[in-house]
Design a protein around this ligand. Structure first.
Ligand SMILES: Nc1ncnc2c1ncn2[C@@H]1O[C@H](COP(=O)(O)OP(=O)(O)OP(=O)(O)O)[C@@H](O)[C@H]1O
Ligand SMILES: O=P(O)(O)OC[C@H]1O[C@H](OP(=O)(O)OP(=O)(O)O)[C@H](O)[C@@H]1O
Ligand SMILES: [Mg+2]
Length: 299
C-alpha cells in the first residue's frame, strides 16, 4: 500500500499509449523529465512520481494500491478484472475518466477467403488471442463453444502458421489484419484509454492534487474538441453567418478599421468547422475565415 507523500501514477513505458499518456500530463502542467530508460520519473513542479511499466501490470498496481493512479486501455483493465474475478481475487478501483486516445476495438478475424456466417461459424474452432477472458465472455454470451489459444503477441500470424482457425485481437486501422491476409468479422469490445484511481481513500493533499489534475484534463479535452473561429462578415449578413457557426450562442462582434460595412466575428465553437460550412460562409459574404486550435479551456 502506498504511504508515499507523492502521488504515484503508472503509465505504459513503451507502446501505443506511452506518448499520449506523457503528452496528457504535460498538457496538464506536470513537468516530467523522462530520460530514456528511467523506470521512475519525478515531476519537477508537483509532488508526482511516474512509474513506467508494461501496460499489463497497470491494473494490478492500481487494484493493489501500489500506485494511486493509472492510465490504461479499457481492454487491458477489463481483461485483468475478469482474470482476477475468475480467480476469486478482489478487484477494487475507481474509474475517473475515459480519455481521448488509444481508441481501438477487439475483433474476431478469419482468413480473408474463409466464409463467415456469424459467431456460430466458429463452433469448436481454435481462436488465438491475448485476451482470453474477454473472448470467453463473448463466446459464452453467444453460446458457441471454442478452444482458446493464448498468444501474447503476433496473434495475426496464428492462422497462417496453422496454430488457429481464427484470431481475436486489437484492430485500429485494419492494416495489420490486411497485411496478414485476414478479415475482421465481428467486433467484440470497443476500447479507449482511461484514468483509474485506487479504491482506498487518498490523503487530503493527494486527493486535492488528483482533483486538480482531473479538472485540467477536462480543460485539455474540451479544448481539443473546440476551435476558435475568426471571420469578417458584412453587417447585413451577420445573423445568417452566425447561424451557420456550430454550437455558438454569444459571438464577440468587433468593428473593423476603415470599413463600416463589415465587422469581425470571434467565436469559440464546441465543434470543428468543416470545409462545407466554410464554403457556405464564403457564399454569404464572409471573408478572412480563420479556424484556430485551442490549447486549454477553463470555464
Ligand atoms: N492499433 C492501435 N491503435 C490504437 N490503440 C491501440 C492499438 N493497439 C493497441 N492499442 C491500445 O494501446 C494499448 C497498448 O498497446 P501496445 O501494443 O503498446 O501493448 P503491448 O505490446 O502489450 O505493450 P507492453 O509492452 O506495455 O505490454 C492496448 O492495450 C490498447 O488499449
Ligand atoms: O489495425 P492496425 O492499425 O494495424 O493496428 C492493430 C495492431 O496494433 C497493435 O499492435 P502494435 O502495433 O501496437 O504492436 P505489438 O504487437 O507490439 O502490440 C495490435 O496488437 C495489432 O497488432
Ligand atoms: Mg502489454
Amino acid at each position: 500500500m502506498s504511504t508515499n507523500k507523492r502521488l504515484r501514477i503508472a503509465m505504459q513505458k513503451k507502446g501505443r499509449l506511452s506518448d499520449e499518456s506523457q503528452e496528457l500530463l504535460k498538457q496538464c502542467g506536470v513537468k516530467i523529465n523522462l530520460q530514456g530508460q528511467k523506470l521512475i520519473a519525478y515531476a519537477e513542479n508537483l509532488p508526482i512520481d511516474i512509474l513506467r511499466v508494461r501496460d499489463d501490470d497497470i491494473p494490478g498496481l492500481v487494484f493493489d494500491g501500489v500506485v494511486d493512479l493509472g492510465i490504461i486501455g479499457e481492454n487491458v483493465l477489463e481483461e485483468e478484472e475478469l482474470t482476477r474475478t475468475a480467480a476469486g481475487d478482489k478487484v477494487e478501483y475507481k474509474m475517473l475518466r475515459r480519455l481521448e486516445f488509444g481508441g481501438c476495438r477487439l475483433s474476431l478475424a478469419v482468413d480473408s477467403d474463409v466464409e463467415f456466417d456469424g459467431p456460430e461459424s466458429l463452433r469448436d474452432c481454435r481462436i488465438a488471442t491475448s485476451y482470453p477472458q474477454l473472448l470467453k465472455r463473448y463466446m459464452v454470451e453467444q453460446g458457441v463453444p471454442f478452444k482458446s489459444i493464448l498468444l501474447n503477441g503476433s496473434v495475426e500470424v496464428a492462422p497462417r502458421a496453422g496454430l488457429a482457425d481464427a484470431i481475436c485481437d486489437l484492430v485500429s486501422s485494419g492494416a495489420t489484419l490486411e497485411a496478414n491476409g485476414l478479415k475482421e468479422v465481428e467486433v467484440i469490445y470497443r476500447s479507449k484509454a482511461c484514468l483509474i484511481q485506487r479504491k482506498e481513500p487518498l490523503s487530503e493533499e493527494k486527493q486535492a492534487l488528483v482533483d486538480k489534475i482531473l479538472t485540467r484534463i477536462q480543460g485539455v479535452q474540451q479544448a481539443d474538441e473546440s476551435k476558435y473561429i475568426m471571420l469578417h462578415a458584412p453587417k447585413d449578413k451577420l445573423e445568417e453567418i452566425t447561424a451557420l457557426l456550430p454550437g455558438v450562442e454569444n459571438p464577440t462582434i468587433l468593428p473593423l478599421a476603415h470599413d463600416d460595412t463589415k465587422v469581425a466575428v470571434h467565436v469559440v465553437s464546441q465543434e470543428n468547422l468543416f470545409w462545407e460550412t466554410m464554403e457556405q460562409l464564403k457564399e454569404k459574404g464572409a471573408s478572412s475565415v480563420l479556424v484556430l486550435p485551442i490549447e486549454k479551456m477553463l470555464a
